[in-house]
Structures are given as C-alpha cells and as structure tokens.
Design a protein around this ligand. Structure first.
Ligand code: NAD
Ligand code: DAU
Length: 355
C-alpha cells in the first residue's frame, strides 16, 4: 500500500502503526485525528518530520472534511482506528461513543465508498478499508473456551455495543455495496504511549507516585494481553494480505487476572524503582465496574494459519519494556497528565482539540 489513511493515528495503537509504517516501510501515511483527550501528537514526534507523514486534524463525523481529505490525499487504503476507547467513560457518558464509533464510522464509510467509486482500474481493484475492532464485541467468557471469528456478538457495555455496531456497518457495506473491507478484533493491548486511564499505565504511574492501585471487584477478571507493536504488525499484515470480507481475531495467548497483572507491575517496579516498602502494599480493592465482563480470551489460530502471524513479545518481555518506558519517558507522561499537552494543542490548533 503506497499511501494509507490512518484514522485515530494520534492514539495509542494508531501511533504505533504509524511509527512502524514510517520506520519500517517505504509507505506514506495520512493521519486523520480529531485530537480528543486521548490523541497526542507527542506520540508521533519521532516521525512527524518525515516527508512521508502528513497530519489532518479532522473529526471523522464531519462528512465534508473527510471527503476533502480523501480528495486531497488520494489514499490507497484506510486503516480505521479512531474511536472512543475507554469502557469506564462509556458507562459514565455514552454519547461520544455513539457519535464517534457509530456515526463516525458510518460517515467515514460513506466518504471512503464515494472515493472508491471515483477510482478505476488497478487503483480501484487494490483499494481496501481495514476496520480495527475489539474482542469486547463477543461479550464475556466463562472459565473455559475462546472467542473465534464465528462467536456470536454479545456486547455488554456502551463501548462494546458501539464497536459492535460499527463492525456491523462495515460488514453491511461489503455485503451490499461490494465495498472492499477487512475487519480485525483484538484483545487488550499494552505498551508505550498508552493513556494512563487504562489499567497498566495507570498502575505503573500510581505505583511510582505512591498512590493507591485501584483493583475493581476481587481482581479476578481475566484479560488476554498483547504488546501493542505485535498488534500493529498484525494489522499491517492483514491490511496487505487479509482476504476481503473476512474477519481476523488477534490475541496474545496471554490470559492474566487483573491481580496478576498488578502484582507483575509491582514486582518489576520493586526491582527497577525500589521505594522502601513493596509496591503491592498500595493495592486497594474498589467498587466493581458495572456490567464488568469476566473473561476475554482470543483464539488467534486463523491469523497464524492463514497469514503466518505470531507475536514477538511474551507478557513478561512486553511488560518489562513497558514499565521501563514509563520510567524513562517522564516528559511524555508529564505532557498527558499535567494538562501541558492540551495547552500546546490549543496554541497550535486554536483550542478545538479536546473535551
Ligand atoms: P485511543 O483512545 O488511545 O485513541 C483513539 C484516537 O482516536 C485518539 O487519537 C483520538 O483523538 C481519536 N479520535 C477519537 N474520536 C475521534 C473522531 N471523532 N475523529 C477523529 N479522531 C478521533 O484508542 P486505542 O487504544 O489506540 O484504540 C484504537 C482502536 O483500536 C479503537 O478503535 C479501539 O476500539 C481498538 N482496540 C483497542 C484495543 C486496546 O486494548 N486499546 C484493543 C482492541 C481494539
Ligand atoms: O479487550 C480489548 C479492550 O481492552 C479494548 O477494546 C478497549 O479499548 C481497551 O480500553 C481495553 O478495555 P478494558 O476495559 O479491558 O481495559 P482497562 O484497562 O480499562 O481495564 C482492564 C481490566 O482492569 C478490566 O477488567 C477492568 C480492570 N481495571 C481497570 C482500571 C482502569 C481495574 O481493576 N482497575 C482500574 O483502575
């Protein structure tokens, strides 16, 4: 793919995808991002001067602006990652999730379809739209079993219901209009540049600062963790070689209870940043998340079998890298936690960046 339009490229996973495109390939990227509280251009500082990288501060719900971006940049492919992504926020305020995840995906699909229809020959035949989604659309597992591509959708939170809706729209655009799509559903990511509202970065930073480490309920909910660069490599592979109209599940084969994750972070920090008492003394059990899904676990056999993907990091190596990254990258952390970054965006882009 010569030029890929990436939505949500200033976010956690989108920025990892863009850094890989610029550092590891000869491809060009157009990053389309509204810059909500979760979007951070500092995550792209290492590649933003590259002539193959372009940024457009655009809301994917703005049909005219999205159409302009397609017209001006003439991409060969779309990777759609822009979304509201935090489950707790979707519980306290679902409106933004309905707007961006459903209306935004619809708006983007229509703009992309209009653009695709304007292409011809090889450019039309080669175009593809890759929709990036989550394992949460499948609901919650009991003690055994895995989510496969055939598992029925049973979303339980406003976030996962909005992502499920977007998956269905993408599927329908393929079925009805022949629009060339691939969809991926991935498990929990972790790694550098992860906004510290999510469990792993929140616990690392709270522990470093001697603050309580909040564990919802009993800490026995299970997630299947994948290092973000492994996800980004899988996404690039699916974009290039995935079969149109198909779905691929992506997961790390790394099931952990939340308590196991928090204890592993504490153990790493006891070694890398000893602070007298063991960090696990900061663990605090708090009220459970409403409707909290018990267990997620992905069966990633199809991706391994059909496209030859396998993750490079184990949970142990990936977590170690992540903890070290947060200890070393204090400027990035300060930028996203102090409000400093938002002031910078306001100065650059006229104050329409964040809620
Ligand atoms: P994130 O919250 O870190 O980043 C989302 C990005 O989208 C931000 O840069 C934000 O500014 C941008 N954005 C939000 N609303 C927008 C709008 N209306 N128009 C344009 N840009 C907008 O999210 P993430 O964790 O990087 O997740 C990226 C995608 O991957 C999401 O679609 C998410 O559902 C999916 N996903 C995430 C995980 C995970 O563990 N984080 C796992 C599986 C799938
Ligand atoms: O499974 C993929 C999903 O993973 C993505 O689609 C979402 O965008 C992403 O945010 C993530 O959702 P989770 O809800 O699983 O991630 P989160 O980091 O918010 O929580 C992980 C687990 O830790 C979950 O069981 C809730 C629990 N938790 C979370 C926080 C923030 C706590 O116990 N304490 C906390 O403070």
């Amino acid at each position: 793919m010569n030029k890929t339009l990436v939505t949500g490229g200033a976010g956690f996973i989108g920025s990892a995808v863009i850094r890989q495109f610029i550092n590891d390939t000869a491809c060009s990227v157009v990053n389309v991002d509204k810059l909500t509280y979760a979007g951070n251009l500092q995550s792209l500082a290492s590649v933003s001067d590259n002539p193959r990288y372009r940024f457009e501060q655009v809301d994917i719900c703005d049909a005219a602006e999205v159409a302009r971006v397609f017209r001006e940049h003439q991409p060969d492919a779309v990777m759609h990652l822009a979304a509201e992504s935090h489950v707790d926020r979707s519980i306290s305020g679902p409106a933004d999730f309905i707007q961006t995840n459903i209306i935004g995906t619809y708006t983007l699909l229509e703009a992309a379809r209009g653009y695709w229809n304007s292409l011809d020959g090889e450019r039309k035949a080669g175009f593809r739209f890759h929709h990036i989604s989550t394992d949460e659309v499948y609901g919650s597992l009991g003690d055994t079993g895995f989510f496969t591509e055939e598992t029925a959708y049973e979303p339980n939170s406003p976030y996962s219901a909005s992502k499920a809706s977007s998956d269905h729209l993408v599927r329908a655009w393929h079925h009805t209009y022949g629009f060339p799509v691939v969809t991926t559903n991935c498990s929990n990511n972790y790694g550098p540049y992860h906004f510290p509202e999510k469990l792993i970065p929140l616990v690392i930073l709270n522990a470093v600062n001697g603050k309580p480490l909040p564990i919802y309920g009993k800490g026995d909910n299970i997630r299947d963790w994948l290092y973000v660069d492994d996800h980004a490599r899988a996404l690039r592979l699916v974009l290039e070689r995935g079969k149109l109209g198909e779905t691929y599940n992506i997961g790390g084969w790394n099931e952990k209870t939340n308590l196991e994750v928090v204890l592993a972070i504490c153990a790493a920090l006891d070694e890398l940043r000893p602070q007298g008492a063991p960090h696990n003394k900061l663990i605090t059990y708090v009220a459970d998340r409403p409707g909290h899904d018990k267990r997620y676990a992905i069966d990633a056999t199809k991706l391994a079998r059909d496209l030859g993907w396998k993750p490079q990091e184990t949970f142990e190596t990936g977590l170690r890298k992540t903890v070290e990254w947060y200890l070393q990258n204090t400027d990035w952390v300060k930028g996203v936690t102090s409000g400093e970054y938002q002031h910078w965006v306001e100065k650059q882009y006229g104050g329409n960046s964040a809620e």
